[in-house]
Design a binder for this molecule. Structure first.
Ligand code: NAP
Length: 357
């Protein structure tokens, strides 16, 4: 079967190749999934460039491992270790469970259509993948296969940040950077349901009309307007209650000065690929706070009961169309170079997917 393998970290696509490998066999508590579609997300490029590995090597719990070039872990207990290339790429997708390993839950998934968060070393950019049952979810029948391929990562992150991390209150202002992203569009749709106001920050005007039609209260185009002036006007000089930032760099520096008293900034992406200067006093004066969010780490800390409730809530929101995501183009796996190039292009209309049909 065909699989997209990364042989080593790189900033271009030169270390990715389409390889032939044997169909994997599911172990205990695992299922073998025949993939239908898989999404190309910004996080996949983090696995290609080695951004996660670099960040993990700076963290205290990996301090000695980083020095010894040993395994780096996503969390202090080292239950989830960052894989080392070569590995098969692809963080999420949808497929049908064809074979199951030992275990009652695994057996019950046989023949079911499941969305999965897989990720290297056994990713979703291959014709078949094996995944722990804990990382696969039966998809609501209302979702078509392409939507089902994007059912977990962005919806989970959007829901977690709005309802848990920030706990956004009705009537408050939430400012989003990278607001044309699939995830931000979900949050804008959630704002209508939960009655908060949104300021959508984008770098150009190509999605402005669309974001307004989804319900954004204000769209700020940073290539033609001054962020602070626009936020000042919209909030009558008070500032925003919450910021969700996936860009970083200078934009995040500007946004730090836009929060109101007790404001809360959550950082969850680094699309500008540059860090920002933390202006301590910009946070101190308004008694504001800044937190980081990583969906895997957040979900891991939830109890089984909480996880089931989260999945139930996600399913309800999905059925209301909150997570409906535009698809830009679908490519077969062997056109991976065009697919990945098109997924990295500015001004893309929606998600790029791989079809495994
Ligand atoms: N921390 C977590 O657990 C977690 C979970 C899910 C997603 N995320 C993050 O959430 C972010 C959005 O993901 P997504 O899948 O929704 O993205 P997406 O649909 O692929 O869209 C990315 C958007 O970011 C904008 N963008 C890219 N580079 C930019 C830059 N340098 N300056 C300004 N705008 C830029 C693009 O703008 P244009 O339209 O102008 O090209 C595009 O609208 C990503 O950073 C992703 O890694 C994090």
């Amino acid at each position: 079967m065909k699989a997209l393998e990364l042989s080593d970290f790189s900033t271009d696509l030169s270390t990715i190749a389409l390889v032939d490998k044997p169909k994997p066999t599911p172990g205990p508590g695992q299922v073998l999934v025949r993939m239908l579609y898989s999404a190309i997300n910004p996080s996949d490029f983090n696995f290609i460039r080695g951004d996660y590995k670099n960040a993990l090597s700076r963290l205290i719990w990996n301090h000695s491992s980083a020095q010894e070039n040993a395994d780096l872990a996503f969390e202090p207990l080292s239950q989830n270790v960052h894989p080392k290339p070569p590995y098969i790429l692809g963080g999420e997708g949808v497929g049908v469970v064809e074979q199951t390993g030992y275990g009652i839950i695994a057996k019950r998934l046989k023949g079911k259509r499941v969305a999965l968060v897989a990720g290297p070393p056994e990713g979703t950019w291959q014709q078949y993948t094996v995944v722990d049952v804990k990382k696969s979810v039966v998809v609501p029948s209302e979702l078509d296969d392409q939507q089902a391929a994007m059912y977990l990562i962005n919806p989970l992150a959007a829901y977690a940040m709005v309802k848990d991390i920030l706990d956004v209150k009705p009537g408050s202002w939430l400012m989003l950077s990278g607001a044309g992203s699939a995830l931000s569009q979900m949050v804008i749709k959630m704002s209508k349901l939960y009655r908060f106001k949104t300021i959508a920050v984008v770098r150009s005007d190509h999605k402005t009309k669309h974001l307004k039609s989804l319900g954004a209260d204000l769209v700020i185009e940073t290539n033609s307007s001054d962020l602070k002036t626009e936020v000042y006007k919209a909030t009558k000089g008070v500032g925003v209650d919450y910021v969700m930032d996936c860009i970083g760099g200078e934009l995040l520096e500007d946004m730090q000065g836009c929060v109101t008293l007790n404001g809360h900034i959550v950082v969850y992406g680094t699309l500008a690929a540059t860090n920002c200067q933390l202006y301590s006093r910009d946070l101190m004066m308004p008694c504001a706070k800044i937190s980081g969010f990583f969906a895997g780490g957040w979900m891991q800390q939830k109890s089984l009961f909480q996880k089931l409730m989260i999945l139930r809530n996600l399913s309800a929101l999905a059925k209301q169309g909150i997570f409906q995501t535009q698809v830009d183009k679908v490519y077969p796996l062997d056109e991976y170079q065009q697919a990945l190039t098109s997924a990295s292009k500015a001004g893309r209309g929606g998600k790029v997917l791989f079809s495994h049909l």
